[in-house]
Write a protein that binds this ligand. Structure first.
Ligand SMILES: [Zn+2]
Length: 343
């Protein structure tokens, strides 16, 4: 069905799912291991559960991994560090001065190491292993430079090649911070796709204090339940400047006991966007962190199952597809080459 639709020249819609897999490296400036232990251990259980559900629904997901998680030991972590490291004005953002807290290996410290889980994901050929930078790098934070970012990204590619045998093709920027200069570095190291931000000022890339202003946060929270910023999706075709922007449509916010009465609205907001993308032949890009499912796994996995069931209906009725970020980029590049060849 979907093939016939494509052959007729009509684009079918697609669901893209990306996961920012970081464990404590992604939250270390905000939370201690002790205060976040349950979420981090729960994230480790959520990964196989999500993989199982993805298999059941035929989902190709993009897993953006913090490179530090891929080290087998503390020794290897120290050996793989880039020589050039970010000199953020806010020194506590850099993980490199905090290695006193890191254990010897994954068994000893399941909060900072995860190579066994990444191997498990990488063993599934339909899942994409992307990068979330080596050190959970913040591109918009004052003090860092583009050369420091380049060193970080090269370290991320090296450790991925060594651990899973291939370099990443896609990137998800930590805290969704990016600039054109950082994107040029991504192109230089061979990345073809990145996750841009939804097209609304409340979601625009900015350093942490701006992105987390009370107004922006309140708007983003309310937007989870009611369509304040409009319906988000992206065209399947379009520009192919490398890396290709595969913009986020929506963050899958975790289940909350305090807001549980609003769960039907949260589900409706996502399924309405997904259905619209299926009907209009557009890309709906949903993202979250495995640690978001660390608490209340039953509720969070149950919610995900309802979202994926909606996708399955879209596949049945309108030929909607599940694609990784690099799938979307490669298709766009392929179409651009076809168009160029026809000229
Ligand atoms: Zn992150």
């Amino acid at each position: 069905m979907s093939l016939q639709v494509r052959e007729a020249g009509v684009m079918t819609g697609a669901l893209v799912i990306s996961l920012d897999f970081e464990l404590h490296w992604g939250v270390r400036d905000k939370r201690s291991v002790a205060s976040y232990r349950e979420n981090l251990l729960g994230a480790r259980r959520a990964v196989p559960a999500m993989l199982g559900m993805f298999r059941q629904f035929g989902i190709r997901a993009t897993w953006a991994i913090v490179g530090l998680l891929l080290a087998e030991s503390r020794r290897e972590m120290l050996d793989r560090m880039p020589a050039r490291r970010p000199r953020y004005r806010r020194a506590d953002l850099s993980p490199y001065d905090a290695f006193g807290d890191v254990g010897e290996n994954e068994r000893d410290d399941p909060y900072h190491f995860a190579s066994s889980l990444v191997r498990r994901i990488a063993a599934r050929p339909e899942q994409e292993i992307a990068t979330h930078t080596f050190s959970h790098y913040y591109c918009c934070e004052p003090g860092q430079t583009v050369d420091e970012f380049r060193a970080d990204l090269e370290a991320a590619c090296r450790v991925a090649r060594r651990t899973i045998g291939r370099a990443p093709e896609s990137i998800v920027f930590p805290r969704n911070q990016m600039t054109p200069a950082h994107l040029a570095v991504c192109r230089d190291v061979g990345l073809v796709a990145y996750r841009g931000n939804p097209d609304h000022w409340a979601y625009r890339a900015a350093r942490r204090d701006v992105a987390q202003s009370p107004l922006r946060r309140a708007l983003r929270l309310a937007d989870v339940y009611v369509p304040l910023t409009g319906m988000h999706s992206a065209p399947t075709d379009g520009g192919v400047a490398l890396p290709v922007d595969v913009p986020a449509s929506r963050y899958l916010r975790p289940w909350s006991r305090a807001l549980r009465a609003l769960e039907p609205l949260r589900l409706r907001r996502i399924t309405a966007e997904l259905e619209a993308a299926a009907q209009r032949g557009r890309v709906f890009h949903l993202w979250w962190h495995p640690h978001d499912f660390g608490l209340h796994p039953r509720e969070n996995l149950g919610f995900l199952r309802r979202v994926l069931a909606c996708f399955a209906r879209g596949r049945e009725r309108a030929g909607m597809e599940s694609l990784t970020m690099s799938d979307v980029a490669r298709r766009r590049i392929g179409r651009a080459e076809e168009r160029a060849a026809c000229r």
